[in-house]
Design a protein around this ligand. Sequence first.
Ligand code: CP
Length: 312
Amino acid sequence: MIGRDLLGIEDLDRADIERILETAERMQEIGEREVKKVPTLRGRTIVNLFFEPSTRTKASFEIAGKRLSADVVNFTASSSSLSKHESILDTAKTLDAMDPDAVIVRHRVAGVPKRIADVLEAPVINAGDGAHEHPTQALLDMLTVYQEKGRIDGLTVAIIGDIAHSRVARSNVYGFSKLGAEVRVAGPPPMIPRDVATLGVKSYHSLREALDGADVVMALRIQLERSTGAHFPSVREYSSTFGLDRSKLRYAKDDAIVMHPGPVNRGVELSPELADRRPSVILDQVRNGVALRMAVLYLISGRPGPTAKEDA
Ligand code: CP
């Protein structure tokens, strides 16, 4: 994967995903040491280019880079020359001229990381673009499920919420399907894409049916800033129909785990009590995000020599 862009799970095959997860498992040991730092990426430079807010993804890429001894540069859109009307592509090309070894891009518009990747020498890692993909989130979710269940092949994964507008859902549908899980999606009709069957998943408008026999229940954040009444009548109605609590979780398998990419709207997608305790693994997902992003940085920018882009 040296020098390759990571724009989406759709572009990866099963062997790629398994290599990333195996590498992440090895990286976890570094996070358990007293001194959580190795020289693997010493002399490498990683640029965090976030045009949209983030807590987990941005911080964990920064921590991941620093644990591998890379120099990490955090670009802040509000204090950059974007405020002087410099374009996004010119901004990216300017940073690329400083020879970074990887550029991590988040943008609210689908396709922006790909547009940037097309003009940059450095490999680009998509940290979430619109409703398109969020590949490292899906990879850390797969790592978490693998470590909880010991396998992914043959599991049933139910994803609940605004599937149509979720980059996390899309990346997880691709990822879990490629690793052999049965993926189901559920939510109010306007939140389920019409063409969802073409992705090879079953869709439900009944939470009870979607959860029946599920090993993994993944609640998605309702994007209150984007879904103003257009996709469901009220937050209260969404919560009573699709919000998870211990009582509704009984529809799933007894040992089902509960996941959420964060940030959680407490009392909307998950009851606060369920969000904070097992079988919720939300903070394990966050913890695994650091090791997973260490693996991605190592695999993409870890060796000297020309990048795949330069070879091309
Ligand atoms: N899951 C996720 O992408 O969270 P952030 O927006 O905080 O990065």
